[in-house]
Structure formats: C-alpha cells, structure tokens
Design a protein around this ligand. Structure first.
Ligand SMILES: Nc1ncnc2c1ncn2[C@@H]1O[C@H](COP(=O)(O)OP(=O)(O)O[C@H]2O[C@H](CO)[C@@H](O)[C@H](O)[C@H]2O)[C@@H](O)[C@H]1O
Length: 493
C-alpha cells in the first residue's frame, strides 16, 4: 500500500514540535505493516541543506503563480518528496515565523501551494507513482483534499488533527489566489466565522479524521476544546477516532542516547545522578541534593500552562527543589518566566531556546518532567520522560490523562502508577501535585518504584501504527480500489 503523507515538518529534517516527531517516526512503524509512505515537505533551507543525491522529478511552471520543482530523496530511512519553491520557502526564520518570531505574511500561500502540489501528485502527476491513500496533518496540509476533490480525484484521504488550536484562518478574498472556486465559501465548505479555514476544508473533505488520543477525540466535540470546530466535528463524528501517538524508541533511548553524558537503563538508574550534576551545571544551578529537579521542555504558549508552573516556584524552592524551563514561544510568556527565574537565583533557570541535545539532557538529568497543559491532544514529552525514568507531573487532560497513571494509593499498591496527575487545571491543582511529588521524592523506595513502572510502560508505535494501517486499508477497500504494491524504487524516477 502506498501512502502520500503531507506535512509541514518532519524529524530529523525540520521540527518545531511534536508534529515532526510523529510524521518522522510513523512511516518507519508503518513499514512493518506493509505501508510504504512517502512524505511531501516544503524545501525550507534547513531541509535543502540536508539533502544528498536528490532526484529532480518534475517542474511546476505555475504552482499558484510560483515556479517550483519536485525532488525525491531518501534521508534517514524516510522517503521524501521535497517541494523546492524558493520564493515561498527559501528565507530566514522557521517554518512558520520569520527571524523576529512573526508569522510569515504569506503562510496561506506557502501551505496552499504545498497542498496543491500534493493534490497533483495524488492525481497522477508522476509517471509510475500514484498513492493509494493520502494522509494530511493539521491545517498546513489540510487543503490537499479540497484541491483533490476539486480536481475530481477520489483517492481516499485521512486527516490527523495534532492541535486544533491552529486552524489556518484567512480572509475569503484569497480564494482566487489559491485557485479555489468562490462556491466553496459556504457552510459545508471552507466558510468559517466570516473567513475561510484551511483546517475546516480538510475536515469537510477527508474520508477519515483522526486525532492523537481517544480522550482528545472526545474532548474536541465540546465547545471548550473544539475551539470553534466542534460543530463541524459533531457532524462528522462517525469518521472521527483517536489513535494515541507512539514514540521512536531508537531516538529516545537512555541506553544509547548520544546526547547524554552517561547512558543507563532500568538496571543502572543510579547513573542518572551523574547526568543530573551535568544538567545542574549546564543551567547554572546549585548542585546540592536537597530536593527534586522539576523540568519542562516545551513550546512556550498558553496551551502548555507554564505560567502556572512559574507561579509555584516559591513552593518548589521552599522545599529544596529546583526548576528548569527550556523552550521558546510567545514573547510575553518568555518574559514572565525569565522575570520569575531572576527571583530564585541558582534554584530556578529559564533558558529560551530550542535544541535537541538540551531537550535530551533535560529528560535524562531531571527527576520530574512537568506538563501543566491546559489542553494536550497527546503530548510526547511525558512519554519520553517515562522512558528516561523521569517522573511526569501532568494535568489530567487529553492524551496526558490516558498515558500517565496517577500515583494514588490504589495504583501504587497495584504497582501500576507512573506519575502525578492534577485536576482542575489550575495553579492550586498543580501546586498540590508538586507537593505530592516532593513527598514521594523523599521516600526513595516509592520514587524508585514510580521510575521503574514508568520505564516499563509501553509506548512504541507498534499498536498505533497497526491502527492507522487498518484505517487506511478500510478506506481503500471502501473506495473499491486494490492497494497497489509497487515500490517507489520501481517508479520511473
Ligand atoms: N525548546 C525545545 N528544544 C527542543 N525540543 C523541544 C523544545 N520544545 C519542545 N520540544 C520538543 O517538541 C516536542 C513536543 O511535542 P508535544 O507532543 O509534547 O507537543 P506539541 O504541542 O509540539 O505537539 C502537538 O502535536 C503532537 C503530535 O501529535 C501532540 O502530541 C501534542 O499534544 C500536540 O500539542 C517534543 O519532542 C519536545 O522534546
């Protein structure tokens, strides 16, 4: 079965968050279910730099008015189509924002073009290679199925919602420029509160809608979590389901992680102490052993609730604990966190930045990872924490509620607890959970049991990949097609 995955980021080439982790690791897991995935990604500078031996496939003379070419390459076991369109993607900054952190003004065009190119591939642009199914991710590739249906292409499409907060909402005036008919500006089409929404277009035209945990699949049907899309989703509830994310056990493995100063596993957990020392020094914190080191590695947005964590710093520090926050995002949240850290020199550190080695060091060296998210479709950092023997403290929402088992008395005595959950999602709720974690920390046996149980928890992709493969197979069967087995290597390029 051949699948075209369309995504705005993919690990290890370009990543701003969990979307890249999923689009980078799912294809490998799907391969063992007989699914060959090729992922279409924009040719951002950092993607182009990492390509070796890319094969040019076709040139688009007029992709929404822009000249672009399509390349194929293999990187790190991934089969990739790269949309090389310098006027859209070759610029400083990240995939979505410029060097000053402002959204690229033409994001609508950049991601409409990505979707348009995907639709043309699905419609048979490449001699010898046509997907049996298309899988799109979030608003950035959601227009793919809109273009496909507009072109008369009936290949099945799955759309995955990784985060419904991002919806690709723009003025309807762009419709002619993205070459979509004005007739799509209606309730059953792209119309969205007086504008258009790329995500809504995808939800209306896909054959299956998935999101990244069963709990979040239920939550987004409510006004509180649906963020305006709950109406559309309720209408399409029969094709909506949640499939929990897995993690790449090779990339996140404390026994082999090249970014850790020492490697360890379940039988050598004491080595974590040494990593902790390195972490303290890296973040300029006291290296004493008085209390736990709580850490957060996160995009700094309202969603992630780290403003609440900052408000609990007094309590953590008063109990001998330390706090590390590493991430980047909204300017105001960054400033608030930095200002709080100044009040607790050598006990609290906030570093604004984004890099993979530091994220791994924090997972290896801290005692507990804190994720006080206000909503969380799945969440990956708590899963990485489990694998690293680092105890998660999480809000009870979305995927966090089903991936962490709270250390209440029953779960402790049944030896299944893996972390601490809190609800309601408020500063007081978080404060209480941190208190519980600090009490557990001073009981070495209890803490070790939590670490042990967490490290044994299973969050590989295996089961989830099978679920995606079943969704794909059912759609292909329903569409009356036979999944093809031809391989991209046998195509004409
Ligand atoms: N400063 C930094 N430096 C280095 N790495 C950093 C970093 N800040 C964050 N990261 C990394 O980014 C990833 C974050 O993934 P999450 O799934 O936890 O959240 P995100 O909100 O980005 O993803 C969305 O999509 C994913 C995938 O479906 C869902 O799990 C999630 O709930 C949803 O919000 C992790 O790999 C983390 O290590």
């Amino acid at each position: 079965m051949k699948v075209l995955s369309v995504t705005s980021e993919i690990y290890p080439l370009v990543k701003t968050g969990g979307l890249a982790d999923v689009t980078g690791s799912l294809p490998k897991a799907l391969a063992s279910c007989g699914v060959e995935t090729t992922s279409l990604v924009p040719g951002y500078p950092r993607v182009m730099e990492q390509l070796k031996n890319a094969t040019p496939l076709v040139v688009f003379d007029d992709l929404l008015g822009v000249r672009a070419s399509l390349l194929h390459a293999r990187v790190d076991g991934l089969s990739l189509f790269i949309l090389d369109a310098p006027s859209l993607y070759d610029r400083p900054g990240g995939p979505y924002v410029d060097a000053h952190g402002r959204d690229h003004a033409d994001n609508w065009k950049r991601f409409a073009a990505l979707s348009r190119a995907a639709a043309e591939i699905a419609s048979g642009l490449l001699p010898g290679w046509q997907p049996d199914l298309v899988h799109t991710h979030d608003w950035q590739s959601a227009l793919t199925s809109v273009y496909m249906r507009d072109m008369g292409c009936t290949t099945p499409v799955v759309i995955t919602i990784h985060n419904i907060a991002f919806q690709g909402q723009y003025s309807a005036q762009i419709l002619p420029e993205i070459r979509l008919p004005a007739s799509l500006y209606n309730m059953q089409g792209l119309e969205y509160f007086g504008d258009i929404s790329f995500l809504k277009g995808g939800l209306q035209t896909a054959d299956a809608i998935t999101t990244v945990s069963p709990t979040y699949a239920r939550e987004i049907l409510t006004p509180r979590f649906g963020m305006g899309m709950d109406g559309v989703l309720n209408e399409r509830v029969s094709i909506l389901r949640g499939i929990v994310n897995g993690i790449d056990l090779d990339v996140w493995n404390p026994a082999t992680d090249p970014y850790l100063p020492r490697n360890y596993d379940l039988t050598s957990l004491r080595r974590k102490r040494e990593i902790r020392q390195v972490l303290m020094k890296t973040f300029d914190l006291d290296t004493d052993d008085d209390g736990p080191v709580f850490a957060a590695v996160s995009r700094l947005t309202w969603q992630k609730g780290l403003d609440m964590l900052a408000e609990t710093a007094d309590e953590v520090v008063a109990n001998g604990g330390k706090l590390i926050i590493f991430g980047q995002g909204d300017h105001d949240i960054e400033q608030h966190l930095l200002a709080t850290a100044q009040r607790y020199p050598r006990r609290m550190a906030v570093h604004i930045g984004y890099d993979e080695p530091t994220a791994h060091l924090i997972h290896g060296g801290s005692d507990a990872i804190v994720q006080p998210s206000r909503f969380e479709p799945c969440g990956l950092t708590q899963l990485y924490a489990l694998r690293y023997g680092t105890v998660p403290v999480v809000s009870r929402t979305g995927g966090l509620s089903e991936t962490i088992i709270d250390a209440n008395d029953a779960a402790m005595s049944a030896r299944v607890a893996t972390g601490f959950q809190f609800h309601p999602v408020t500063t007081d709720g978080l404060r209480l959970a941190l208190r519980r974690a600090m009490h557990a920390y001073v009981e070495p046996k209890m803490w070790a049991r939590l670490q042990n149980q967490g490290m044994k928890a299973k969050f590989s992709w295996e089961r989830s990949a099978e679920q995606y493969a079943t969704v794909y197979a059912n759609l292909i069967r329903k569409s009356g097609r036979a999944a093809s087995t031809s391989d991209i290597r046998r195509a004409s390029f």
